[in-house]
Design a protein around this ligand. Sequence first.
Ligand SMILES: Cc1ncc(COP(=O)(O)O)c(C=O)c1O
Length: 389
Amino acid sequence: MERLYFDYNATTPLLPEVLDAMLPYLKEDYGNPSSIHHFGQQARAAVEQARAQVAASINCRPNEIVFTGGGTEADNLAVFGAVRAAVARGPGPKHVITSAIEHHAVWNACQALEKEGAEVTYLPVGSRGIVSIDDVRRALGPETALVTVMYANNEIGAIQPVAEIAQLARAHGALAHTDAVQAVGKIPVDVKALGVDLLTLSGHKICAPKGVGALFVRRNTLLQPLSYGGHHERDRRAGTENVAGIVGLGRAAELARQSLAAESRRLAALRDRLERGVLEKVPDTTVNGDPLHRVPNTSNLRFDYVEGEALVIALDLKGVACSTGAACSSGAIEPSHVLTAIGLRPEQARASLRFSLGRQTTEEQVDRLLQILPGVVAHLRELSPVYKR
Ligand SMILES: Cc1ncc(COP(=O)(O)O)c(C=O)c1O
């Protein structure tokens, strides 16, 4: 069966160029970058080249890049690292501002910080899925150590006003972090223009491998490490570097930067084709979130009277891979916190699916999806006791 992949926000396939760049470091160039002999120096040079590639892709200095074991670790390093550094500087409770639609890597880190005694404000987003600058301004106070608002949301693609948020945060003496995992490769990510102190990116969302990511840490930013060991990554992240993964991340970041303008135009056209087709062919369907302020590859669609999980499974049986935003916890399908934050009722959130497009998505694949989807939705609705025929 022909398989169609529409889940690039979950993960992306490795690009052949990325794999080619990595292979020597999984084979003959296996040195430890901390070793002073030839093998070590080869590996060190590769890590530093990748650092320069990643830095160029977000417009920072190479020594402001800290390689991590993925986006989650980079988010945790930013959130815990910033707040614990603030606690170490002075007594008193510390305050963090974040949004109601963060990825769990930030959200659950904030929840854990609350248990450590920090106070956390979760800003609402409204139906467009976008944080209000006035809400940020109102929430900021003398105790605010960190403002962390994601650049692009993983479920609905909403783009946040990160530059304005960072400006406000820094004016109040707080650090500004943004999780840009879903922004890199889709929209320009420039840390100077954004004015943030900390920015997260992840390899496997940009056609590099899983388990590698990076945190941009502006020079002189006080940050406590998450773990202790050797003096790797300028004492910000202990542990022997994942050389091949880092090389892959560097190459993927470079390729993403080179193709950004053309690729984001291409993806937006495919996404619009998909949405036009679905809205035309499937009744009682709505696009969730703001259709304008979002990354070009993400479409979150609500198919009323359908259980999203059932639709994902039915589509999978036809060879189509997509996802719901739902998190499955203790056997119960919780409605997505992002979709409920933009005002959807639980049953509407559960009726929503995310289609996310990427490098290998073609017009033919979108058209094939448009042939398959209407029949599958209609079939599930026929089985639904609440669907009005
Ligand atoms: C917005 C966002 N942040 C963080 C992460 C976590 O990144 P990783 O899978 O590399 O740990 C993801 C991945 O789903 C994401 O979409």
